[in-house]
Design a protein around this ligand. Structure first.
Ligand SMILES: [Zn+2]
Length: 248
């Protein structure tokens, strides 16, 4: 897959290599869930705890830019004043990786790939982050997490042992969760909600909303035909046009 093409489509990005081995295992879990196990509802605290496990695992799979690194310094500047958004506590790190990519886990951990920092302006990056935060704010990621965990043996074991609601998941399970919760395609409806949230995020913070348009235009220029997500998701050009109308 051309990495550029799943930037906005997948909702998050570049984690395809996380969990190939655990795919079938998690697939079995999800299959069992569909057969009838209702997804138990997760508290906000549970969602944060699982999200924190996911991002700890993801961080271990990447080269995280140290604080003095120029990419880390730039991201710190871009995200100044963004420690919280609508009640969600945020934290930020750079992955030293040329992919044009970013992701947010359900606990509010934002990870920006250095390739994205190279290719986009500060405000364009803020729109990408706002879009991703939108997937968390609209509970898209929470719903996926609940579905994926509903049939998790690890979680059941923890619950029955009385050791608490939140199980410490194995790396293979965390890799699978990242695939299902962060890297899988969202519906067109979810993508529109995330785009709109990104736009509101820009407006609330007095960032230049035109950056949403230019970010998506750049995506369109980088993209091309023959990409599978284009058949199920609005393409960046159409999304850019939609944002253009909002900017007026
Ligand atoms: Zn998205």
């Amino acid at each position: 897959m051309d990495r550029r093409h799943f930037l906005f489509a997948a909702g998050a990005f570049g984690v395809a290599g996380f969990a190939q081995a655990s795919e079938s295992r998690l697939g079995n879990m999800l299959g069992a869930a569909r057969k009838g196990a209702a997804a138990a509802s997760l508290s906000d605290e549970d969602v944060r705890a699982y999200g924190a496990q996911m991002v700890t695992y993801a961080d271990a799979q990447h080269r995280v830019a140290p604080a003095g690194n120029s990419y880390a310094q730039r991201l710190a500047t871009i995200t100044r004043g963004l420690e919280e958004d609508n009640g969600l506590r945020m934290n930020y790190k750079v992955y030293l990786d040329p992919q044009i990519n970013a992701m947010v886990t359900p606990d509010g951990s934002v990870r920006v790939y250095s390739g994205l920092l190279d290719a986009f302006t500060d405000d364009e990056i803020r729109f990408v982050m706002g879009h991703e935060i939108g997937h968390v704010a609209h509970n898209h990621t929470r719903k996926r997490l609940q579905t994926a965990l509903a049939a998790s043996a690890a979680r059941d074991a923890a619950a029955s042992s009385g050791s608490g609601r939140v199980a410490q998941l194995a790396d293979s399970q965390l890799g699978g969760l990242l695939e299902r919760v962060v890297a899988a395609q969202h519906s067109q409806g979810n993508e529109r909600e995330a785009d709109d949230y990104g736009m509101q995020f820009m407006a609330r913070r007095n960032y230049d909303r035109k950056a949403a348009v230019s970010a998506l235009d750049k995506m369109a220029a980088m993209g091309g035909g023959g990409v599978s997500w284009l058949s199920t998701h609005p393409d960046p050009k159409r999304r850019a046009d939609r944002m253009r109308k909002q900017v007026g």
